[in-house]
Design a protein around this ligand. Structure first.
Ligand SMILES: CC(C)(COP(=O)(O)OP(=O)(O)OC[C@H]1O[C@@H](n2cnc3c(N)ncnc32)[C@H](O)[C@@H]1OP(=O)(O)O)[C@@H](O)C(=O)NCCC(=O)NCCS
Length: 146
């Protein structure tokens, strides 16, 4: 079965499962716990999940109109077993399609330094000096949607 990308909101039963993946991939390695964070803003975000054989294998979220005509991509994660198979790219493409169809012209994000190359391959450009977030060096990247 081919993997399928779904758009969900935070009321969806799969949202909790996607938080589990984000916790494993993005938080536990930093000794942080996503379930202790204030996630109330996430009610207003669009969450994209990718499923393969009824298992969630990746996720990414979009803050719509983070700034004028601009969406913010956040919380990009795929599980280690499937990396390099194009699922991260597929999630970003679906997010960009949604953003464009909903009036946004630009997507920005805060990239961890070791993920810069992933976003560069997808057409994002660095547009800030490095700064620290969750203790890791990040840079702002952006892409105009045509
Ligand atoms: C970064 C991450 C989301 C990439 O997901 P993925 O499923 O491996 O991505 P894809 O397979 O779609 O890769 C797309 C392309 O980017 C490349 N790529 C993937 N990760 C890369 C990285 N860290 N640096 C450079 N290139 C990378 C792939 O080789 C592939 O290249 P190709 O199109 O020439 O074949 C995944 O490695 C991950 O979850 N990492 C840990 C969490 C993280 O760093 N998230 C981002 C926080 S800002």
């Amino acid at each position: 079965m081919h993997p399928i990308v779904h758009q969900i909101n935070s009321n969806d039963e799969r949202y909790e499962k996607s938080l589990g993946i984000r916790n494993e991939v993005l938080r536990k390695p930093l000794n942080l716990d996503i379930f202790k964070e204030d996630l109330s803003d996430e009610e207003n975000q669009i969450h994209f999940i990718i499923e393969k054989e009824d298992r969630i294998i990746g996720t990414v979220s979009l803050v719509c109109e983070y700034k004028k005509n601009t969406g913010k991509l956040r919380q990009m994660a795929t599980i280690p077993e499937v990396r390099g198979e194009g699922y991260g790219k597929l999630l970003v493409h679906e997010l960009e399609k949604y953003a464009k169809n909903n009036g946004m012209r630009t997507v920005i994000l805060h990239a961890r330094h070791y993920a810069l190359g992933f976003y560069e391959k997808l057409g994002y450009e660095v547009c800030s000096e490095p700064f620290l977030e969750v203790g890791i060096e990040h840079q702002v990247m952006q892409k105009d949607l045509f």
